[in-house]
Every structure is written in C-alpha cells, then in structure tokens.
Design a protein around this ligand. Sequence first.
Ligand code: 1CP
Length: 350
Amino acid sequence: MSDRKAPRKKLLKALAGEKANGIPVWLMRQAGRYLPEYRKVRAEAGSFLDLCYTPDFAEEVTLQPIRRFGFDAAILFSDILVVPDALGQKVAFKEGEGPVLEPVTDLAALAKLSSPDVVRGKLAPVYETVTRLSGSLPSETTLIGFAGAPWTVATYMVGGRGSPDQAAAKAWAYRAPDEFQMLIDLLVEATVEHLSAQVEAGAEVLQVFDTWAGSLPELSFERFALLPMKAIRKKLKERFPDVPVIAFPRGAGGMAERYFRETGVTGLSLDTGVSPAWARDNLQKAGCLQGNLDPLLLVAGGAEMRRQALHILETLGQGPFIFNLGHGIVPQTPPEHVAELVRLVQEWRS
Ligand code: 1CP
C-alpha cells in the first residue's frame, strides 16, 4: 500500500486497529448549549432546524469546539430527526420541550411518507455543510458524519416526542411486528442514503446513534436494533469499503458482544454503564472501542473526573481506543472542565 493511502489521522489509525501516538479524543454533543458561542449562533439562526439547514451556521457551530479544544474529530452539526423531516413527517423543536412530530402509528400514516430516495435532495444543505467542513477543518481533524439508528428514530416518529420508556413505538412493535418492520425497513434505506451522501460530500467516519437500543428485550433487540445495523453496515461496506462505521447501541449490556461481532461495525461506542475491564476482555478484540466517561463527571470536574478518566485510559488505552463520553455533553457543563479533560487525555501515555 502506498503511503498516501495509509491513514495518518489519529482517529483513523485507532479505527484501523493501529497503534497511534496517543489516544484520540472527541465528545458526543461537543457542539451545543454549554458553549456561549453556540448559544449566540443558535439565537441568530432562529429555529433549531434552520440552524441545521443553513450551511453557514451549521459549519460555524461544528468548528467552534474544534477551535476551542483541538478535538481529534469534528462531528457534523445536525440531528437524527432530519431524516423523518426529509421523509415528510413534520418535525419541530420547541424551546424547552425538545422535538415534536406528528406521530406515525399505523400503516396509513406510514404510506404517506416519501420513499428513501428523496433524502438526498431534501437534505442537500446538510451535505453542503459537510463539503464545506472537509475544506475548512484542520488537516489532522477527522470529519464524522452521523445518523440515528432505525429503532431510535422510530421511537420519535411513533411517539411524536422523546419519552423515557419508548412505550408508543413498543406498542406498535409488539402488537404488529411485521407492520412495524416496514417502518424500520424504510429507515434502513433512508439511513443508508443519508450516510452515503455524507461520505460523498467528505465525511471520513460514520457514527450511528441507537440511543434507545437498551430498552428492547433480547428478541426485539435482535430484530429492531442488531439486524438493521447489520443491514446498514453491509450496504455501506459495498459502497465505501474503507469508511469506518462506529455504532452506539446505548444500554445494550449483555447484547453488546453479539452486536459488535454480528453487525460488523468497525468501532463500538460504550455507554457509561459498561465496565472498561469487561469491555477490554470481551469486546476490544473485535475492534476499536470508544467511550465512556459519565457526562455528569464532566459537569463536576476536579479530582473525581480525573480519577475516572484515568481509570478508563489505563484499562482501555492499550488497544484500539477513542476517548469519549458514555452519552452526550449536557448543557450545564462548564467549558473549562472540557478543556481540562482534553488536556488530560492528550498528555496521557500508555
Ligand atoms: O436548542 C438546541 O440547541 C437543541 C439541542 C440539540 C442539539 C445541540 C438537539 C435537539 N440536537 C442537537 C445536535 C445533535 N443531536 C448532534 C450534533 C453533533 C454533536 O454531537 O455535537 C447529534 C449527534 C445529535 C444526535 C441526537 N439527537 C440523538 C442521538 C444521540 C444522543 O444524544 O442520544 C438524539 C436522541 C437526538 C434527538 C434530540 N435532538 C435534540 C434533543 C433535545 C433530542 C433529545 C430529545 C429527547 O429524547 O428528549
């Protein structure tokens, strides 16, 4: 292989299973309300979706945490709910309430959604943002594109909003699994198109967020979380054999090992509940791991944050590893704590 083809960026090296010089670090939701410069652009943009769909704004807020902290990766600023929006389900983000959608709870509503091929046209401004970012990021920074996993996106589409127990989506999935499967299949296709368009625009790594995977019992997890991810991974591999895919099956617990092996994803993002030593012994041989500091330790900062970050580094830092949180940064996080955490990871030597 020529030198030119060898991955040189730290994050790509870790995903290729190579020993990098130091551990790469980025944080889920690294752009967002904890940053004053984000709140300023957010206010200027008006609605949250306008922020996502205006390349000038979306590029700027993606770059903000890179300028401030020098993360090894930038994640496109967007949201998992742009896919249902593109499919024709009206999505609004209400202040203090989160996303609100007109619920899709039966076949009649499902039939009104568009086919997956509309995604590329409808989300053109998102891909324009990716193109711009691939030109404006520092040369050592990896650009991550993303999407929500079918199950997690379906929980919002069916429930019409976020919910602690995903009861609405479960009601449909358990009452009429073959009907619910049609929604999942539509989302598999739409997600593949959305992720493919991001790669074509310059994304170097893809992450798929299955935030609510952990609420599914084994047989439903297999059908609605594991198999859809496996199908997405397979289709992406056919189109882009060299593009790594990281999956975040939050709360997968005892299903994590099978999920990692059977989906064939390159990297597995661990939630806070996973023991680093268990992950090292049972998961790291299947590929690169990412995670898993509690976002609330980042709020607290200080000695306890440092102690637990070092515990993760010392346990997982010998294998292919990317330092991250176990879930997204929360709005009350002091930016100084983020700076301190990044410094700690960058200065750590295995
Ligand atoms: O007003 C605001 O600023 C809205 C807050 C916000 C932000 C900053 C939302 C609404 N989305 C985002 C950006 C976002 N969302 C990113 C950007 C890139 C980055 O990480 O910096 C990403 C990757 C997401 C993904 C996302 N959106 C997930 C999966 C990951 C996770 O955190 O679990 C989910 C579940 C969503 C839905 C969503 N969007 C926004 C909110 C408040 C929510 C959660 C709603 C709920 O369940 O109550």
